[in-house]
Design a protein around this ligand. Structure first.
Ligand code: MN
Length: 356
């Protein structure tokens, strides 16, 4: 079977000679190996070479996939030599690399035309956007841990506990059960802090009558989960219940409607219509959702501006929210994968209003 590097080479334009992949998420995608900011992947039509320094060489030789692993001593000189030996005239680079890095490449690869257009990055995105079964397995595993964490933390939510302590408890729970870490810094906020979609957990103690919003996910073997739940500490007010049920109605409607062939903008519009017609126009500032995988935010998006047509194998979050500044906010989020005729929701955590 064709590996990911070979797929990339095949999807590049006619006459493709070589590509250099150095950004963290793309390198991980091709190699299934994470070395933070180190390592360069050179892909040719017939083979791929991964240059990595001595700190990582042993583990890379044991675990990196799809490329021949070579110890790096002088990165730019070694890449230049590999290109020269093959007579490469044009080298494709990712469009995300820094200006400084591009300058270093220009100086080191004299006589070779550097392609800094988005050709390489677009080809990589086209591969990454459709998840393979093995990638989906890891995302399901990340979500199982995320669901377990929700059950665990709901048992600890009560008046008098601090946001930051429960945020840390969630992280410890997931990491101690084998997560690589968290997919992004955990949002665990209560009371008036919930009106800030990306509020940061702090010293505040939860109080009777608070909403608590938890937006978090485990990372499992390089892949992200994402989920948001809002729960009540004690009896919520009538307004809180109305907002919660509006968000839930919007979330369920989008889960039901979304399918291949629709655009992200069309799905976003379903949630927006429900929320605005309930009287909350202007209180749902962010887009409905985003794709995710190796990174927590990937394209395409479900937003008013994204007209990408959704296809089977794409992942997406569905996360409408309503935020009333100074009062409270509600967001409910599931991550899903598009199937042939609808979606599979990764998670199984309850979405009905939980009163703790
Ligand atoms: Mn999200």
């Amino acid at each position: 079977m064709e590996n990911r590097c070979q797929k990339l080479a095949r999807s590049m334009p006619e006459g493709f000679e070589a590509a250099l992949v150095t950004t963290v998420a793309n390198r991980f995608y091709f190699l299934d190996f994470d070395a933070d900011d180190a390592g360069s992947l050179l892909t040719f039509p017939d083979e791929s070479v991964f240059l990595i320094d001595s700190r990582y060489i042993e583990v890379a030789q044991k675990t990196a996939k799809n490329a021949r692993v070579v110890e790096e001593h002088d990165r730019l000189a070694q890449i230049a030599e590999l290109l020269r030996r093959r007579g490469v005239r044009r080298l494709y680079l990712e469009d995300e690399i820094s200006v400084a890095e591009a300058g270093r490449f220009r100086a080191a690869f004299e006589g070779i035309e550097l392609d800094l257009s988005d050709t390489l990055s677009r080809a990589i995105r086209a591969l990454r956007v459709i998840k393979e079964p093995e990638e989906l397995e890891r995302m399901r595993a990340a979500q199982r841990l995320t669901d377990d964490c929700f059950t665990h933390i709901c048992g600890m939510i009560r008046p008098g506990v601090r946001e930051i302590d429960l945020a840390l408890e969630m992280e410890v729970f997931m990491r101690s059960r084998g997560a690589d870490g968290v997919a992004f810094p955990i949002i665990f906020i209560g009371g008036p802090n919930t009106s800030m979609p990306h509020g940061v957990p702090g010293e505040r103690l939860l109080e009777e009558g608070d909403f608590v919003t938890m937006d978090y996910g485990a990372k499992w073997r390089g892949y992200c989960a994402a989920m948001t739940r809002t729960v009540a500490v004690g009896q919520p007010s009538a307004e809180m219940e109305k907002v919660y049920n509006t968000v839930l109605t919007a979330q369920l409607a989008c889960c039901k409607a979304i399918r291949p062939g629709m655009t992200g903008a069309e799905v976003d519009a379903i949630a927006r219509e429900i929320i605005y017609s309930a009287g909350y126009e202007g209180r749902f500032g962010h887009g409905l959702g985003h794709s995710l995988g190796i990174e927590i935010h990937e394209d395409p998006r479900c937003s008013p501006r994204d007209n990408t047509v959704l296809r089977p194998g794409m992942t997406m979050t569905i996360e409408p929210g309503i935020y009333l500044p100074g009062q409270f906010g509600v967001r409910i989020e599931d991550a899903v994968v598009l199937t042939e005729d609808g979606i599979e929701i990764f998670g199984s955590s309850d979405k009905n209003l939980i009163v703790l």
